[in-house]
Design a protein around this ligand. Structure first.
Ligand code: HT7
Ligand code: ZN
Length: 876
């Protein structure tokens, strides 16, 4: 397959300032007429051919300046339209008619039908599945869209921008015309036509513009869109207050569809959402669902400025809009909820998803230099590490200079398609600082490691800290350059407050941040009055791994006393992870795992500490997962040993905390009416972590079953069911609960997904065959990405023992699903296949099973480009 390279970027010889689209919508056969105003750029040769992208298209007609084109003047294939003879004038009009089949489009890219609703997904390269076009993000056009459809099936006709006109036609047909005055790339085009219910609201912008807001959902589900509407209005206000960004059209619409490849899409003025990230009420959505909805509604809305008004020059620049917009949505959620809790959740996510990517065969820089299939670069590295890079930029510049840089970026580049260099330059110019070394974060793959040791001299009152950075090699990047790593820190004194120091030598330190720029720094803090414990990388100021030479009692001290809550959680997490690594080793050596009493008691004490918020205490009790431990072990991994070790730790905590947890669980029972706010969610989260310890301690499912039965909200119901499925799946109580849940929610797809998901996580030798039977369930279908992700995706990502079952049957199940899915929906198939990315770090029996299956799969000759790319890189 063809490889696209950043260094090959060439501006287009032709521009398309204006596009008029006409859709005759019909599920089986839709006729698309595109009228394009084309302009040859001044320096292009007059005979430069115009090469338009297509993907599986059928050309019906082509006219140039209104005259039918001569067959000799062009060449049309499903994937390309090349026009070799064009008018001598620099401006001309092309009319292109294509015929497409939305109902047969199973890839969910381009124009397709989801539950009877026509909808589009054009990012990254879906527009070329609708019409021939210069389908690249640096071609910005003003769109006018006319749609015609049966009024009965599609009373609703939406597109980008503002509505212009609408009306009836003969034979029960009707039409609508939309116009978007903001020039945009084709990937932001969208159309929706169908029969949907709506929730309406209004928003007045800071400068007084009245905006009509609409959230469109399946009829009967309108009430479940109320929370999303509230989140939208809060997002709009926040972007004004925090970044001075206002909305710019008369309408803002969101449509929820049930078949969607990703979370949502930021099409200008018409966001399309996976309904999972719109629909919520207490009976059907968990607190995590509510938080995700808030974050994704905000994320897509924030794209209006970071992505739409200023877009990417090419797809190598994806992080320009994604990393920045994730940073913005993280800040929004941190403001709306608890900053510390939000940060811990982000870091857990980064470590769970981005670190393994960065440390395995699929590693790539935040701004990649090459790709074969851009769909495979919507990754945790581009999104989450991309966000961490923006966060570091703020840490380095400080809030005010960061905001000045953002303002300059908006002012300078509004209406343009730009690069990461343009972005960084805005911050250099606004702050007067040289960010060239910092920029390596965009260009160099791999997770840096920072090794630290420190010693205190009580006589001299000095603390000497030795620091060394290294970046491990990654595919096709063996030699790494030194990074600029900002490490927030504190010197924690005996009473838990940060100690002052008089001066520091050996590295630049500003506002509580150490700036590492060299391989090694020896830093000497002078005038440190008492022996401190070094609290480093506070708030996870840099996305690095740390090797700290410190004693367990120092980490215990930080867990109990650090003034930064993130660092308290981190200290405990480090200790628990180390303990689990040691315990896994013991299990593998045929020994019984043991845990230090002090570690168990600090965990229980923190969980019970009423001065701390409940959500934080819930995180304290969520001991590192099996995948976290596996990642830290890094090689020759035996998932069964880790599972046994973790089970023993849970049991040790459960038994030691028995009294405390029981009392706390009862105390936390909230009789107030349900509210999705962060405080109430925190109480429920803590109760949900406690219930697992209660049933472990009592060796009985009773308490969990009671919670399952009594719950008046999905968080507690699904939480209890998860515990029952994890620990009592082969008991009557466990089976009864699963059956009751299925019966109650059979007709609610999003909730039924949870039922599939909970079973996919059961740690049992029988889970592979359970999954095979669930794949025969009348409600299972490979056509619905949410369902596939709920069952097979969850199995591969969140069931360490069964996916990695020693006989290779878990791998086989996933490989078979990937293969079956590939012809239907390559994007989802390729993503599922990334579950194999860490295969080399397993012990050799499992490694061999995985290698064989991957090799077998990659031999197939009918693979999609998406899947072939993932398999090839995974095996390389
Ligand atoms: N910008 C959106 C990306 C997206 C997408 C990409 C490829 C295929 C389907 C897709 N759906 C949405 C989502 C976002 O980051 O906001
Ligand atoms: Zn995004």
């Amino acid at each position: 397959g063809q490889i696209f390279r950043l260094e090959d970027y060439q501006p287009s010889n032709y521009l398309i300032p204006e596009v008029v689209l006409d859709f005759r919508l019909n599920a089986e056969e839709t006729l698309v007429t595109a009228r394009l105003q084309v302009e040859r750029i001044a320096r292009a040769p007059a005979d430069a051919p115009l090469i338009l992208d297509g993907d599986g298209l059928v050309l019906e007609a082509l006219a140039v300046n209104g005259t039918e084109a001569e067959p000799a003047d062009y060449d049309a294939s499903p994937d390309q339209l090349t026009i070799s003879r064009l008018p001598a004038s620099r401006r001309f009009e092309l009319t292109i008619v294509t015929r497409i089949a939305p109902s047969k489009n199973t890839t969910l890219m381009g124009l397709y039908v989801s539950s009877g609703v026509f909808c589009t997904q054009c990012e990254a390269e879906g527009f070329r599945r609708i019409t021939y076009f210069l389908d690249r993000p640096d071609i910005l056009s003003v769109y006018t869209v006319r749609m015609e459809a049966d009024r009965k099936d599609a009373p609703l006709l939406l597109s980008n921008g503002n509505p212009l006109e609408s009306g009836d036609l003969a034979d029960g047909r009707h039409f609508a015309v939309w116009h978007d005055p903001f020039p945009k790339p084709s990937y932001l085009f969208a159309l929706v036509a169908g029969d949907l219910g709506v929730v309406k609201d209004r928003f007045t912008t800071a400068s007084g513009r009245e905006v009509d807001l609409g959230i469109y959902v399946e009829h009967g589900k309108e009430k479940r869109a109320a929370y999303a509407m509230d989140a939208l209005k809060r997002s709009m206000r926040w972007d004004e207050e925090r970044f001075g960004r206002e909305y710019d059209l008369d309408v803002f619409n969101i449509v929820a569809v049930s078949d969607f490849n990703m979370g949502a899409m930021e099409n200008k003025g018409l966001n399309v959402f996976n309904d999972k990230y719109v629909l919520a009420d207490e009976d059907t959505a968990t607190d995590v669902d509510f938080a995700n909805i808030e974050a994704i509604i905000a994320h897509e809305y924030f794209h209006n400025w970071t992505g739409n008004r200023i877009t990417c020059r090419d797809w190598f620049q994806l992080c320009l809009k994604e990393g920045l917009t994730v940073f913005r949505d993280h800040e929004f959620s941190a403001n709306e909820r608890s900053r510390a809790v939000k940060r811990i959740a982000e870091v857990r996510g980064l470590r769970a998803h981005q670190f393994p990517e960065d440390q395995g065969p699929l590693a790539h820089p935040v701004r990649p230099r090459r790709y074969r299939e851009i769909n495979n670069f919507y990754t945790a590295t581009v999104y989450e590490k991309g966000s961490e890079v923006v966060r570091m930029l703020r840490t380095i510049l400080g809030e005010d200079a960061f905001r000045a840089g953002m303002d300059l970026y908006f002012e300078r580049h509004d209406g343009q398609a730009v690069t990461i260099e343009d972005f960084v330059k805005a911050f250099e110019d606004a702050s007067g600082r040289d960010l060239s070394q910092f920029s390596l974060w965009y260009h160099q793959a791999g997770t840096p490691n920072v090794a630290l040791s420190s010693r205190y001299d009580g006589k001299e009152k000095t603390l000497t800290v030795d620091v060394e950075q290294s970046v491990p090699p990654t595919p096709s990047e063996s030699r790494k350059r030194l990074m600029h790593i900002p490490l927030a820190f504190g010197l924690v004194g005996p009473d838990g407050t940060d100690l002052d120091y008089q001066s520091v030598e050996g590295a630049s330190v500003e506002n509580g941040v150490i700036h590492l720029r060299k391989r090694r720094h020896q830093m000497v803090f002078k005038g440190v009055k008492a022996r401190p414990v070094l609290s480093i990388n506070r708030g996870f100021s840099a996305p690095v791994t740390l090797s700290v030479e410190s004693r367990a009692d120092e980490q215990l001290f930080l867990a109990r006393h650090d003034s930064d809550p993130f660092s308290r959680w981190q200290a405990l997490n480090t200790l628990l992870t180390d303990a689990l690594i040691a315990a896994s080793k013991a299990v593998r050596g045929g020994k019984k795992p043991v845990f230090e009493d002090e570690l168990i008691s600090v965990t229980i004490d923190l969980a019970a500490d009423e001065t701390l918020e409940e959500a934080f205490r819930a995180l304290i009790l969520s001991v590192p997962g099996e995948a976290d431990v596996a990642r830290e072990i890094g090689r020759d991994i035996d998932p069964d040993a880790i599972h046994t070790a973790r089970g023993a730790l849970l049991m040790a905590i459960a038994q030691a905390g028995s009294q405390t947890f029981r009392a706390l669980y009862e105390r936390l029972l909230d009789n107030a009416p349900f509210s999705p706010d962060a405080r109430s969610a925190g109480r429920r989260a803590l109760r949900n972590t406690l219930i697992e310890f209660l049933v472990l301690d009592s060796s009985s499912p009773e308490a969990a079953y009671r919670q399952f039965e009594d719950a008046d909200n999905m968080t507690e119901r699904a939480g209890a069911l998860t515990v029952l499925a994890q620990h009592f799946h082969d008991t009557d109580v466990g089976r009864a609960a699963l059956a009751a849940f299925e019966k109650r929610y059979r007709d609610n797809p999003l909730v039924l997904d949870k039922w599939f998901q909970i079973q996919a996580m059961i740690p049992s030798a029988a889970t592979v065959s359970l999954l095979r039977s669930l794949m025969e369930h009348p409600h299972f279908s490979l056509a619905n990405p949410n369902r596939v992700r709920a069952l097979v995706g969850t199995f591969s990502m969140a069931n360490q023992t069964a996916f990695h079952s020693a006989d290779g049957e878990g791998y086989r199940l996933v490989a078979e699903t990937v293969a079956a899915l590939d012809s239907h929906n390559p994007q989802v198939a390729a993503r599922l296949a990334t579950a194999f990315r860490s295969w080399r770090s397993l012990e050799k029996g499992r490694r061999e099973h995985a290698r064989k299956l991957l090799a077998e799969m990659s031999k197939r000759t009918d693979l999609s480009r998406d899947l072939a790319d993932i398999l090839e890189r995974t095996l390389a």
